[in-house]
Write a protein that binds this ligand. Structure first.
Ligand code: PLP
Length: 371
């Protein structure tokens, strides 16, 4: 079985399971307690924090550990909200964990703008400029699209922010970028950045929010004041240490090259198939494909005995249609015939090629049947 839905989740590294067990069963102390064992755990968390800042390429700022990226995104957006005539700007391509928060803000009566996507899937930078002003409080635009693998130019967006809305905070959902493509946050100019461990071979239910300047953010959960007051509740120590174990062992640049090769070889097989099309994207980890005349879900089920592919964001897969492809002006037929293939760096080239060939063969058989 070849698993090609790595944008939905990844298989956890075996080493992370050992770390989970260590901090669940042996070093299980509450990091907020005062005795020596607990103080050591608190130091272990700080060590994970420093290591994450280093991996993110952030020379200043802080890390707030959370229960995953949905929570990080909610904290980034809702924690930025202030009273007064502030405005909030989101890309139309955001994951539901940002997009639905944006709609919530709108329902609360705030001024919310959605920046359309260009046909290539990137946010429309010119349209963004027209939506910014001195009242803009937050710009939230994702780094890499979980649907298409298209990369937004964050450095360019932060320059636009500096020019048109210098008071605005810039948040980026980095879930499909962190540990998958080389970058340094220091060079991107973001104030807030969300990550999730299960997308890079760590455990589920743990993530983080990078915060450049803590005074710019407010907590949205009230309680004992853990995580500098930004995320009350006893920390998921085992999860955080297992997440650290995952990101510390990933060689991002080396993996990027490897996955680039996997994607290239996979697409060369698909490109030889009449009726197949794909979205050109810079992230090697994700590709959105469509197979003319065959329903994407039918194709996904038909290949299921040998390979697993996705139907787009697992969280939104149950809803009809694909909001992101619609934004990119795909026809309804093309949207219906879309699937998402997403790789990891530990797949063999042979498996990926076999999967590509099987996908194409299965499509051609299905097409014969519907003719
Ligand atoms: N943001 C993006 C871009 C994602 O792909 C996902 C997961 O599908 C999330 C946020 C949500 O992450 P989590 O599962 O950690 O809540």
């Amino acid at each position: 079985m070849v698993y090609l839905d790595n944008a939905a989740t990844t298989k956890m590294f075996e080493e992370c399971a050992d770390v989970l067990k260590k901090y669940a069963c042996m070093d299980f102390y509450n990091p907020s307690a005062e005795y020596g064992q607990a103080v050591n755990i608190s130091r272990e968390l700080d060590n994970a924090r420093k290591s994450l800042l280093n991996k993110l390429g952030a020379s200043k700022g802080d890390v707030v550990f959370t229960g995953g990226a949905t929570e990080s995104n909610n904290l980034a957006v809702m924690g930025s909200v202030r009273n007064g005539s502030w405005e909030y700007v989101f890309s139309a391509g955001e994951h539901p964990s940002v997009f639905n928060v944006a709609h919530h803000l709108k329902e609360l009566g705030h001024i919310v703008h959605f920046v359309p996507l260009q046909r290539n899937g990137q946010v429309d930078y010119d349209a963004l400029k027209t939506m910014l002003n001195k009242n803009t409080r937050l710009i939230s635009i994702m780094h890499v699209s979980n649907e298409t693998g298209v990369i937004n130019d964050l450095a360019k967006i932060s320059q636009i922010r500096d020019e048109y809305a210098s008071k605005a905070l810039f948040h980026a959902d980095g879930v499909q970028a962190f540990c998958k493509m080389p970058f340094r946050l220091d060079e991107l100019g973001v104030d807030l950045y969300s990550i999730s461990a299960h997308k890079f071979h760590g455990p589920k239910g743990v993530g983080a929010l990078y915060v450049k300047n803590k005074s710019s953010l407010k907590n949205i959960v009230y309680g004992g004041g853990q995580e500098g007051g930004f995320r009350s509740g006893t920390e998921n120590v085992a999860g955080i240490k297992a997440m650290q174990c995952a990101f510390e062992q990933i060689d991002v640049a080396e993996n990027f090259e490897k996955v680039q090769d996997l994607k290239r070889q996979f697409l060369s097989i698909v490109a030889g198939c009449n009726g197949a099309m794909y979205v050109d994207s810079e992230s090697p980890y994700i590709v959105s494909l469509s197979f003319e005349g065959v329903n994407g879900e039918t194709l996904m089920r038909a290949v299921e005995d040998q390979m697993i592919v996705g139907m787009g964001s697992a969280c939104s897969a149950k809803h009809a249609g694909n909001r992101i492809l619609k934004e990119m002006k795909f026809s309804p037929d093309k949207i219906k015939s879309s699937i998402r293939v997403s790789f990891n760096a530990y797949l063999s080239l042979e498996d990926v090629k076999n999967a590509g060939n099987y996908l194409v063969e299965t499509y051609e058989k299905l097409l014969e049947k519907v003719k």
